[in-house]
Write a protein that binds this ligand. Sequence first.
Ligand SMILES: [Zn+2]
Ligand SMILES: [Zn+2]
Length: 180
Amino acid sequence: MKLGLAQLKTGENAFLFSSQNDPWLRDLEKALAEQCVKITSGLNAQVMLTKLEPDYFLKGALQFEVKQVCGRCAESFSLPVLHGFELGLAHVQNTARGQLKDSVSDESEELDIVYFEGQEVDLSPILEEQVLLSLPYAPICRPDCKGICQSCGSDLNQGQCQCKKTNPLNAFAALAQYKC
Ligand SMILES: [Zn+2]
Ligand SMILES: [Zn+2]
């Protein structure tokens, strides 16, 4: 999805996208599914592009549910995600690397910068990256998940197993059993 910058008004430009209405978001979901990120709910994106030349800022919020596998018990579950982000957009006027920095003014220096060329910004790769960034490093199906027994492999959420001693939760062992 490419936003033409010339058509934007100076100041804030708000957009609302959803995979229900916008085919490019459905394509994005497909691209994510190929990376084992399975969105189960539909993807909603609120985007605010602020144009204050020479600066452009992109602020957004993503809302979706995604299939995750619990790092403790290896059960899959649906995780609701609400992810906000804020980026600076920098126009690449000269592709020589040394020149890149010059196109970013002081004001946007504290934000993560996404570079773009030409007169449009492609939202698809930006939102794809933000979805990936929003995913938890170690998802847990619920805070008190007891995980699986390291000795017999039984799900301790279903009750204590017969083993005398259970190891502490081991996320890696559970994940090793999981194949996307
Ligand atoms: Zn769990
Ligand atoms: Zn056991």
